[in-house]
Write a protein that binds this ligand. Structure first.
Ligand code: ADP
Ligand code: MG
Length: 946
């Protein structure tokens, strides 16, 4: 009852909205005579005339009536279709940035030409968004005739175009394309290295066709561009692995003896002291030693004693004496793993020089002090010393991670090996966490230990949800046959109003009540029977199923019953369109999933009208009423005859999961018997209620995705803005100087404590820090040092750094150096942003697992996400500067090569129907002769695999 009251209110509101538009329609109609009198050339000349008016300050609303009249006339002349009045209403609603609900077959494609033309007059580019490549191409060709007649250009964005072709299409006045392509182009543009290769203009106005499908059904999964994670030092892990194994064997043997000795001493009186010392040795050499842990479990007091002893020795600086007997030392809680002298000698033998990290400071000072060397020679030597240092450090790091992998990480405890991959096991929940990796090379170390091929891992490079992509447009509009049931969501998420446009001819389709069976088998049998009847009569039937599986099941049953039919499943849009277009022909039976052939026009064949038109059979209720309506809407277009009926069973998911008690009690009351169907209004009501519940639940999921993405969206805006600025062609030098200044300040303030006299500052630490950041040795005059303050020190570092920087600039030549700066900043931003995306992913996953008491996980996500973002911004500065001071020679070709190499490894994904969680897909190898995954229906080698 409340529903019907609401409907009245809503209905009258819709009526009021429509009434507002009717006078404009009158105006357009009144102009018809006049435009009919124009010659083709005069009609064409209207386009520049409108543009002139806009230049003079006319608003689009002001020229709308005449512009619409012109488009309608052009359509009559070029396509022999005259826009119906309801299409004019739809066109106005679209221009006003609303969602026009126009039933299937009402001619939305044609209606969209009106606002597309009008808004394109501004020169800003109108996007018409379709659900697949086939429709984008069809509509460009079909409607392009009108636009070209009026002197506008049209372009199409489909899969497989190169940047040039995309630019041409985007520079056209009106561009048709799919949601995926528009979204990916946005992401790709923001990964480019030169402004010339960007393809999109500023988003201005988009008309989204089948808007419910795009903004609601597909909105549950974001668009993701991913590429392989780069591993640079794999070889080093392989090289060091056997050495670490040897180390472990020696250490294990040694500790076994020590442990035996400790046990003996423990048993004797008065030797506990000595025993403890031995046990400490075992602990420091192998914190997870099984025998030691066992012993401690039995004698818990030992733990305290060991801790106390370690503390004591540490303060007395005597720990090295304990350690020197070992090959390596592991301090688990400090995350330390170090080789001792003994260990170094064991694994490096005579080549220890290669492995010991040289003191760079010393080496550099020696080079500086050598008067025999010219400046040039010094430079070369310096670079060489640095390279040696880098390599040794890397090797050292790898060794350390391998030690941790062997000593601290146990298979089937911290990780498992599954399908040739090392999968982390969450220590709190015990759950496997596929896709997660330990950082800083540890994961690679464990992979090397297990001898699994280091995974070609994919990681997110860029991602956006459709919600956030489409919200960027200055104006957004949509059209579909089924928007009304989702009006609340459109309003809330996109701020889009839905307006229901009346049909051109009255709807005469007969919608029968649902029939419901006890089992699915009975249901399908009944469906086959009904099809057989209609088929005999010659009336065409379109059967909708909920999945490809069900389509195939039904198809099998029909084949058995010797009923000829066609099956489609939303994989090959073009062929499907051809088949669906035929579905209204006499005697045909077509089985299709909900999505298949959407957007295709079904025209009734000869004599079909007399048979009752197209009959629609639904074989299951979908989760959402909207999708059911979509299926029904395939019949009864433009006032055609038609009918529909849904067949259900108690075994259907929707009824099983959401129907609940109520459904059973209704069935009971109506007295359902085996093999006998029930058709009753109460059931339809109950089902509708179940659907409402699921709809609300799905809305919640989409809203949540959006809430989480909103956090990222703000960050994405900041980063993409920085990138665009870097690409804009302006010199980055001022920005870089600012970054340098900030780096200098942060170093200075770390080492210059205002409360400590300058003579006592950690000068070595300071110079090291400067070196790490700027790769030069800071000179500090000891004589004037006591006058220094933190700020003065920062200036001093900055001045010296600027000198080095300017030298570098001279080496490269100023012009080229500007390019270098640009490239470095872009790369650093991209790299850190990529890492950040991964970290945010992990944060999102992890947040659900943490116990937060009263806190809302979204709030925690926002706060921690913000902190991580600010940290990243800091790191961008530091790393960009660090890179710039290290860069040697860069040729412009390198930039291009780099971008190319990267693009070749990239993959794109957007989860298909029914995928609920954000997913990251791995690139799967596609056979050359297999159907192309893009859905074109061509072989892979003939399509994307070319
Ligand atoms: P929708 O997208 O609303 O389902 P389409 O744009 O596919 O509908 O159009 C359905 C059919 O109606 C097409 O065959 C089209 O040619 C026809 N049509 C649309 N508008 C008109 C018109 N004003 N006059 C004549 N035929 C029209
Ligand atoms: Mg359409």
């Amino acid at each position: 009852m409340i529903g019907s009251v609401l409907k009245k209110v809503f209905g009258s509101k819709n009526e009021r909205e429509l009434n507002k538009l009717r006078p404009i329609v009158e105006q357009i109609n009144a102009l018809e005579r006049q435009v009919q009198g124009l010659s083709d050339d005069q009609l064409k000349a209207k386009t520049p005339a409108f543009r002139e008016q806009i230049d003079q300050g006319a608003t689009l609303d002001e020229i709308l009536p005449e512009a619409f009249a012109v488009v309608r006339e052009a359509s009559v002349r070029a396509l022999s279709m005259r826009h119906f009045d309801v299409q004019l209403i739809g066109g106005i609603a679209l221009h006003q940035g609303k969602i026009a609900e126009m039933k299937t077959g009402e001619g939305k494609t044609l209606a969209a030409t009106l606002p597309a033309y009008l808004n394109a007059l501004t020169g800003q580019g109108v996007h018409v968004v379709t659900v697949n490549d086939y429709l984008a191409t069809r509509d460009t060709e079909w409607m392009g005739v009108i636009y070209r007649f009026l002197g506008l250009t049209v372009g199409t964005i489909v899969h497989g175009l190169d940047d040039r072709q995309r630019q041409d299409a985007y520079n056209a006045d009106i561009t048709y394309g799919t949601n995926n392509e528009f979204g990916f182009d946005y992401l790709r543009d923001n990964m480019k290295f030169s402004p010339e290769s960007m393809v999109q203009r500023e988003p201005y106005y988009a008309i989204v066709d089948e808007v419910d499908s795009i903004l609601i059904d597909e909105a549950r999964t974001p668009l993701i561009i991913s590429g392989p994670v780069e591993h640079s030092s794999d070889q080093l892990y392989e090289e060091m692995r056997p050495k670490v194994i040897k180390l472990k064997q020696h250490q294990d043997r040694f500790l076994r003896e020590i442990f035996d000795g400790a046990l003996e001493k423990l048993e004797r009186e008065g030797e506990e002291e000595a025993a403890l010392e031995l046990l400490l040795k075992v602990q420091r050499g192998d914190p997870k030693n099984a025998r030691l842990l066992d012993l401690i479990a039995k004698q818990p007091a030992l733990k305290k004693k060991l801790e106390r002893l370690e503390g004591q020795l540490s303060t007395q600086k005597l720990l090295p004496q304990i350690d020197q007997a070992l090959f390596c030392v592991i301090e688990e809680n400090h995350n330390i793993a170090e080789l001792t002298e003994k260990g170094l000698r064991l694994i490096y033998g005579g080549h220890a020089d290669d492995y010991i990290v040289p003191d760079l400071d010393e080496a550099l000072e020696k080079i500086e002090a050598d008067d025999e060397l010219t400046t040039m020679e010094k430079k070369v030597r310096r670079q060489k010393a640095e390279a040696v240092h880098r390599e040794a450090s890397e090797r050292f790091h790898v060794t350390r991670q391998l030690i941790k992998a062997y000593w601290l990480f146990n298979k089937d405890v911290q990780y498992v090996v599954k399908d040739g991959q090392v999968v982390i096991v969450d220590e709190f929940t015990g759950r496997m966490m596929p896709g997660r990796r330990w950082s800083d090379g540890l994961h690679q170390a464990v992979e090397a230990k297990e001898g699994v091929k280091v995974a070609e891992e994919n990681q997110t490079l860029a991602t956006v949800t459709f919600q956030n992509y489409f919200r960027m447009y200055e104006k957004l509009a949509g059209m579909t046959g089924t928007a009304d049931t989702e009006a609340a969501e459109f309003k809330k998420i996109y701020d889009l109003d839905v307006i229901v446009i009346p049909t051109n001819e009255a709807m005469i389709r007969v919608d029968h009540s649902d029939v419901i069976y006890k089992t699915e088998t009975e249901k399908f049998q009944a469906v086959v029977e009904e099809i057989r009847e209609l088929h005999k009569k010659g009336q065409p039937t379109l059967v909708g199923t909920i999945s490809v599986d069900k389509s195939e099941k039904l198809s099998g049953m029909l084949s058995k019953a010797k009923i000829k039919h066609e099956v489609l499943n939303a994989k090959h849009h073009e062929r499907e369109a051809e088949i669906v277009a035929q579905a209204g022909q006499r005697g045909l039976v077509t089985i299709s999933t909900n999505m298949a052939g959407r957007g295709t026009d079904i025209v009734l064949g000869e004599g079909v009208k007399e048979l009752g038109g197209l009959h629609i059979i639904g074989t299951e209720r979908h989760e959402s009423r909207r999708v059911d309506n979509q299926l029904r809407g395939r019949a009864g277009r433009q006032g055609d005859e038609g009918s529909s009926r849904f067949y259900l069973s108690l075994e259907d998911d929707l009824l099983r999961i959401f129907g609940g008690e109520r459904m059973s009690s209704i069935m009971e009351r109506l007295g359902m018997e085996e093999g006998e169907p029930i058709a009753h209004g109460m059931i339809s009501k109950a089902i509708e209620n179940a659907q409402r519940k699921v709809e609300a639940h799905n809305f919640e999921i989409r809203k949540q995705l959006l809430e989480y993405d909103d956090v990222m969206n703000k960050q994405r805006e900041v980063i993409y803005k920085q990138r665009r600025q870097a690409l804009s062609g302006e010199s980055l030098r001022p920005t870089i100087e600012e970054m340098m200044q900030e780096c200098c300040q942060s170093i200075a303030h770390t080492f210059a404590d205002e409360n400590v006299p300058p003579e006592e500052w950690d000068v070595k630490g300071l110079r090291d820090a400067v070196y790490r950041q700027f790769l030069f040795r800071l000179r500090i005059d000891r004589n004037t040092m006591d006058e220094l303050t933190g700020d003065r020190l920062a200036e001093l570092i900055f001045e010296s750094a600027m000198k080095v920087y300017e030298e570098k600039e001279m080496d490269f030549g100023a012009d080229q150096f500007r390019g270098v700066e640009r490239m470095v900043v872009l790369q650093v931003v991209d790299n850190l942003w990529k890492e950040h995306l991964l970290a945010m992913d992990h944060l999102k996953e992890g947040i659900g697992l943490r116990g937060y008491g009263q806190q809302n996980p979204l709030v925690v996500y926002k706060r921690e996400g913000f902190d991580m973002f600010m940290e990243m911004i800091e790191r961008i500065k530091e790393e960009a500067i660090r890179f710039l001071f290290r860069i040697q020679v860069v040729r412009p070709e390198e930039m291009a090569a780099k971008e190319k190499a990267r693009q070749e490894k990239i993959s794109y994904s957007h989860g298909g129907d029914g995928v609920k969680a954000p997913v990251r897909r791995k690139e799967k190898k596609v056979g050359r002769n297999a159907p192309c995954p893009c859905g074109s229906g061509k072989k892979y080698k003939k399509c994307c695999g070319k």
